[in-house]
Design a protein around this ligand. Sequence first.
Ligand code: 13P
Ligand code: SF4
Length: 335
Amino acid sequence: MDARGGIGGSPTHDLRGLDLLEEINRLRKERNAVILAHYYQKPQIQDLADFVGDSLELSRKAAETDADVIAFCGVRFMAETAKILSPEKIVVLPDMDAGCSLEDSCPPAQFKAFREAHPDHIAISYINCSAEVKALSDIIVTSSSAEKILSKIPRDQKIIFGPDKHLGGYLARKLGRDMLLWPGVCIVHESFSETELLKLKAMNPGAPVAAHPECPPAIIDHADYVGSTSGILQYAKDMPGDTLIVATEPHIIHQMEKAVPEKTFVGAPGADGNCNCNVCPYMALNTLEKLYISLRDLQPRIEMDERLRVAAKKSLDRMLEMASDTVGQGDVGAR
Ligand code: 13P
Ligand code: SF4
């Protein structure tokens, strides 16, 4: 079953002379559309969105909105989640090529075979996976909800956790429970370098480090706070010092600078200290131009087979139920 629909890539359009912001605002009203954006989007997209949030908050918004159209400025698994939860709505993703390395690391057929080889395990999957993998899972988690949900699972229940081995490994260490981990990684968080981080710490003495749990253990081990994007943002507001080293995708710094302009935020560098590899290349595919076109043409649109949608919704609904008392900033938690 194919979860994807609509037009991939970015068609060529002559948009010269258009005031894109004005056009987007006009279309948003005409279409009764809501624009949802993840914290890793470009600042200009974050600033025009109706709501900016982490994966859990965006799922909740998608489930609750009474708009007719959801324009999802994020990556494909997020827009698919919106469609699964709100099937009657038109869900557009400005660039259908906005995927995710974690999703790519977990082909449904291989995941199915892995599950079948471990019939006494339940499958808890990070939301960064395809609709097919969601349909093969028992419960979905985000980085905001994972710890709370896992703490509700009896300790003698065996668990497969996928597709992020770093998030799974972090949770296993923190909660002291063994889980069978799928070997996927986020290419962005995987790129952070411990050597470069230590240089940055030396240049900013006393500055705490906030890291996303998609980071490898060598980075997490230096973190004063580990949590989801909304958790890291909250930590930036609450922390006592005036400088924070941020080990996650650097576009979130835009929200930090808006919320606490008197503080300084330093993005942790990728591999050699100079590369752009800490920027998510998939999130970066969305642009104002493509957002405008998606609202104008209502394409590219997420389409999904109804049987697949219903099957995937079960594990997402379990997450929303089990995390119902988790506020956005609740997260994997301070170390
Ligand atoms: P959260 O915003 O839920 O922390 O997820 C981070 C991420 O990598 C999304 O792709
Ligand atoms: Fe996927 Fe990593 Fe990009 Fe998030 S930051 S969308 S996990 S590749």
